[in-house]
Design a protein around this ligand. Structure first.
Ligand code: NAP
Length: 291
């Protein structure tokens, strides 16, 4: 397996196009295909080899990158390529998948002698090509090592494990963290607006505060990995008192206190079980539903 600096990209949505243009910029001969031809407009002028048919696009190069909407679109697309055209290829799939979907595609690839890597893009299209952007990969380490030159056109490339389910798990966990952060910001902004202030002024304070707070992830991780919750800095019973004050503040501002009452009830459950003098990180137990 060797790097030839030639690649086919399937899917010219916002992300696929950003990946294609970054590869072209770094001198890769880049063949592109998209189900709807409108999205291919202007790409020849920008240096891409535009293919009218999927079969031709897949046949053009040994290395094929897929970046489509979801599992159904990937399954439908690969199923419509002839086995002769796709057998033995190197496929890098950057579509967001559940672990089960990634496993199913990995098994499909094995059956056809395809070397397969599943990736997850921890970025927006505008961040592609920047070194502080991360894309994580799993599956064939041999393919990852052989094509590192392409991956580094897009971002810092991180290999997780050979287990095809590992990157989807990480990706979904990171997105869960991100959406909690965003909804947390919106809840705070609702409080500020209700108090007659601008969300923009709130953002100026929230951004550095959240950056500083997120530095505690490493210590929290150590606590949850060791299970030594009594080492946490803030006791659960203490945090409960602070949350009560926030809830009162929300009610006074006519803002739904539910995001805070939800945390409060998780604390109550742990306090009732006798863990009131353990740390806040003990709440991880309330998210783990396996008996
Ligand atoms: P997008 O702009 O909505 O593009 C979706 C692409 O999928 C289009 O090329 C579309 O083709 C194609 N597609 C949809 N259904 C299809 C089907 N049945 N058969 C063939 N092609 C089909 O999405 P995107 O932003 O590029 O995202 C692509 C992937 O990257 C997703 O899995 C997304 O989760 C992931 N991702 C995106 C971002 C982001 O910020 N955008 C960030 C991280 C990860 P048509 O033009 O024919 O509809």
């Amino acid at each position: 397996m060797r790097e030839t600096k030639a690649v086919t990209l399937l899917g010219m949505g916002a992300m696929g196009k950003a990946l294609a243009l970054a590869a072209i910029e770094k001198g890769w001969r880049t063949t592109v295909w998209n189900r709807s031809p409108e999205r291919l407009r202007g790409l020849t002028e920008r240096g891409a080899q535009v293919c009218g048919t999927l079969e031709e696009a897949v046949s053009s190069n040994d290395l094929v990158v897929i970046c489509l909407h979801n599992y159904a679109s990937v399954a439908e697309t690969v199923a419509s390529v002839s086995a002769n055209a796709i057998r033995g290829k190197q496929i890098v799939n950057l579509t967001t998948h559940t672990p089960d979907e990634a496993q199913a595609l990995h098994e499909w690839a094995l059956d056809l002698g395809i070397t397969y890597v599943q990736g997850a893009i921890l970025a927006t299209p505008a961040m592609i090509g920047k070194s502080d952007t991360n894309i994580i990969y799993c599956g064939s380490k041999q393919l990852f090592d052989a094509q590192i030159g392409l991956f580094e056109c897009w971002s810092t490339a991180i290999f997780a494990t050979e287990d095809p389910r590992s990157v989807p798990y990480l990706d979904l966990a990171l997105q869960s963290t991100m959406y909690s952060l965003f909804t947390g910001f919106l809840h705070g902004a609702a409080m500020v607006q209700a108090a007659g202030m601008k969300a923009a002024d709130f953002a100026n304070l929230a951004h550095p505060f959240m950056c500083a707070m997120s530095r505690s992830f490493h210590n929290r991780a150590m606590v949850v990995d060791t299970g030594e919750f009594s080492k946490s800095s803030k006791m659960l019973a203490f945090t409960g008192t602070i949350l009560d004050i926030i809830v009162d503040g929300c009610i006074a501002l006519n803002v739904d206190p539910q995001p805070m009452t939800e945390i409060r009830s998780r604390i109550d459950a742990q306090v009732e079980q006798g863990y009131g003098d353990e740390g806040f990180d003990r709440l991880i137990k309330t998210y783990q539903t396996r008996p």
